[in-house]
Design a protein. Structure first.
Length: 135
């Protein structure tokens, strides 16, 4: 069973992120852990825990194009992951905020494989896999 963590403040995005995780981890089943805000994410990512796949959004609390210094960003979750030795094999930064995703990548790049894929591009991953991309 693959452990998957999803950080996104939009509940509408969660089904597609779950589908992408299933496509990437096939044929293994996935155990999902979902958080919608920074404090919730930090509680669900305990020190020295290990994950197969992380999906991290930068802009949270229904806001867009936040500076990484703002407290409602995935950047603070990335810093928690780094500081508390949370391990992962693969991380997808799915934020549309290029600068925010770049800041997160700079913190996480030495922890595991990190890629930046804006959310709008993730639907294509399901289509390429033979899934219909519908949620």
């Amino acid at each position: 069973m693959k452990k998957v963590f999803i950080l996104d403040d939009s509940i509408e995005r969660i089904p597609l992120l779950r589908k992408v995780a299933v496509v990437l981890n096939a044929p293994d089943e996935c155990e999902f852990h979902i958080a919608h805000e920074v404090n919730e994410a930090i509680k669900k990512l305990p020190p020295k825990s290990s994950w197969d796949l992380l999906f991290l959004d930068h802009d949270l609390a229904g806001q867009v194009y936040l500076d990484s210094s703002h407290p409602d960003t995935g950047y603070h979750v990335a810093k928690h992951i780094e500081k508390n030795e949370v391990g992962f094999k693969f991380c997808i930064l799915h934020s549309m905020n290029f600068a925010g995703a770049e800041n997160m990548e700079s913190v996480l790049k030495d922890k595991g494989k990190v890629v930046r894929v804006p959310f709008v591009s993730l639907r294509s991953m399901c289509v390429w896999s033979g899934e219909n991309g519908e949620v």
